[in-house]
Design a protein around this ligand. Structure first.
Ligand SMILES: Cc1cc2nc3c(=O)[nH]c(=O)nc-3n(C[C@H](O)[C@H](O)[C@H](O)COP(=O)(O)OP(=O)(O)OC[C@H]3O[C@@H](n4cnc5c(N)ncnc54)[C@H](O)[C@@H]3O)c2cc1C
Length: 468
């Protein structure tokens, strides 16, 4: 593998072998990799990090990689939690962070054309003067990039109002292995064959490198209104959120916490116990008073106690705090002490099976975990996601690893048995790759492999991720 030739083709700015830069890109935010790093394991470093500044440079890099047989791991913000952007020894990381320009805002259509390495908070800052928002607010908005959202099938926390990334992606430019550039023009919808935009969503850097996207924006809410309700049972909580979603009241944020998660999130407000729901709406919606009344009357039919706006306001103010908490727990500080590992698992299923999915995954995780909390984080007319937070404790940072892997193994199998998807928005990465056939079936995996072979015959893009 001749990096010198790549430097000659692109200039020295585009290729780094600086040990500090390699070390920073040895992992993403996968809890297991963070554990291994903080206990002093040597994580595999990439052989080099490439920093393209344009689609043409990405094309030149992928052409070189095909000729050189170099494995390329695309990387946006590196905030993935499933090991999708984690290189193995000898892999080359293709870091899109220098491709962070907002190219154009079409105010009439309310769409933005943006480079794939743009981080979410930067995109929102650039949309604000236009009174627009993408409305895609993952908790990791300050760490994650547009390309990473597409490649990892991301969903923002206001997805009930604005949609998830598949609802926002109107056009895309991507570079295929060998350096061919594919551009799909932005349109609101198309029936011209299978939607190739959607082929890239969730492709986790294994089929193409996304370099530009055209995304649908919305009017930026000037203020939010919040409702909060307490429930005696998880079944009442989830049925209530289902009916609020179906009521047409137009709430953007719908979240429902089981008792342990409610105590964790709202204990500071004196939460007395039981489950809790928060419902957030754009305060500028027409008829907002009647909408709020409709939400309250749905809650009343499920015995919901009115908790007022305080829980929602608290959540909105502190919604990004988990990023630092997670860093403190899983980073060098090891805030919960050695032997502790905290992770999250986000599954989803239809309403008819949601209670069983909740009970089975929770039960299985509880067999290994010291504590498990769960909330409904993305609510649809047909079903919901369930977001489990769990802490596994071992006697030390070595002992905890097999317990952690056993917890994931049991929980994924329980989820699939109960008819759920093993990932609603964190993707498969390296953590869940071996379970893919359990979700897609053998034919589904075979079809995906055929697509992979057709697009990437030399297997240069992100080997080890997504595919079992
Ligand atoms: C504290 C915390 C909270 C989080 N909250 C949320 C949340 O609310 N919602 C949510 O959806 N996710 C959340 N995540 C997960 C993560 O932020 C998302 O998966 C995000 O989409 C990853 O974006 P990224 O730019 O960091 O991608 P990376 O981690 O860099 O990469 C993710 C995957 O995409 C591939 N990839 C990245 N960029 C490209 C590209 N341009 N072209 C092709 N492939 C590419 C990588 O190879 C990898 O397989 C959270 C993570 C953390 C740490």
């Amino acid at each position: 593998m001749d990096l010198g030739e790549l430097r000659d083709r692109l200039g020295p700015h585009a290729v780094s072998t600086d040990p500090a830069i390699l070390a920073e890109r040895a992992r993403d935010w996968w809890a297991l990799a963070m554990l291994r790093e903080s206990r002093g394991d040597h994580l595999s470093r990439p052989a080099a990090v490439l920093f393209p500044e344009s689609t043409d440079e990405v094309a030149a890099m992928l052409a070189w990689a095909d000729e050189a047989g170099a494995a390329i791991v695309p990387r946006g913000g590196g905030s993935g939690v499933s090991g999708g952007a984690q290189p193995e020894a000898g892999h080359i990381v293709l870091d899109l962070s220098r491709m962070d320009r907002v190219i154009d805002v079409d105010q009439e259509s309310r769409v933005v054309r943006v480079e794939a390495g743009t981080i979410g908070t930067r995109l929102e800052e650039q949309l604000e003067p236009f009174d627009l928002t993408l409305g895609h607010y993952p908790q990791s908005i300050g760490l994650s990039s547009v390309g990473g959202w597409i490649a990892a099938a991301s969903a923002g926390q206001a997805s009930a109002g604005f949609g998830a990334i598949e609802d926002l992606l109107l056009g895309v430019t991507a570079v295929l292995p060998g350096g061919r550039v594919m551009t799909l023009a932005p349109v609101p919808r198309s029936a011209a064959g299978p939607d190739l935009r959607h082929l890239l969503i969730g492709s986790e850097g294994t089929l193409a490198v996304v370099t530009e996207a055209v995304l649908a924006c919305s009017a930026r809410p000037r203020a939010w209104t919040w409702e909060g309700f307490g429930f005696g049972s998880f079944a009442e909580l989830s049925a209530c959120l289902r009916d609020i979603r179906r009521s047409g009241a137009g709430a953007s944020v719908l979240r429902g916490y089981d008792e342990p998660d409610a105590l964790l999130n709202f204990g500071r407000l004196g939460h007395p116990g039981g489950c809790a729901a928060i419902v957030g709406s754009d305060a500028g919606l027409p008829g907002i008073g009647e909408r709020a009344q409709a939400i309250r009357s749905v809650a009343a039919t499920f015995g919901g106690r009115d908790l007022g706006p305080a829980y929602g306001e608290h959540w909105w103010t502190h919604r990004g705090d988990a990023v630092d908490q997670y860093r403190r727990i899983m980073g060098p500080e090891r805030a919960f002490g050695p032997g502790a590992i905290v992770d999250t698992m986000e599954v989803a299923g239809l309403w008819s099976g949601l209670q069983a999915l909740y009970e089975e995954v929770r039960h299985t995780l509880s067999a290994q975990a010291e504590a498990v909390g769960c909330h409904l984080s993305h609510v649809y007319p047909s079903g919901s996601s369930l977001y489990f937070t769990f802490i596994i404790r071992g006697t030390d940072d070595v002992d905890v690893e097999p317990r952690y892997l056993q917890a994931w193994d049991g929980a994924i199998r329980a989820c699939l048995r109960a008819g759920g998807t093993m990932t609603h928005h964190h993707g498969v990465g390296r953590l869940k790759a071996r379970y893919l056939a359990g979700e897609l079936g053998d034919e589904g995996v075979a079809m995906l492999r055929s697509i992979k072979r057709a697009l990437d015959p030399h297997g240069i893009l992100n080997p080890g991720a997504l595919f079992p």
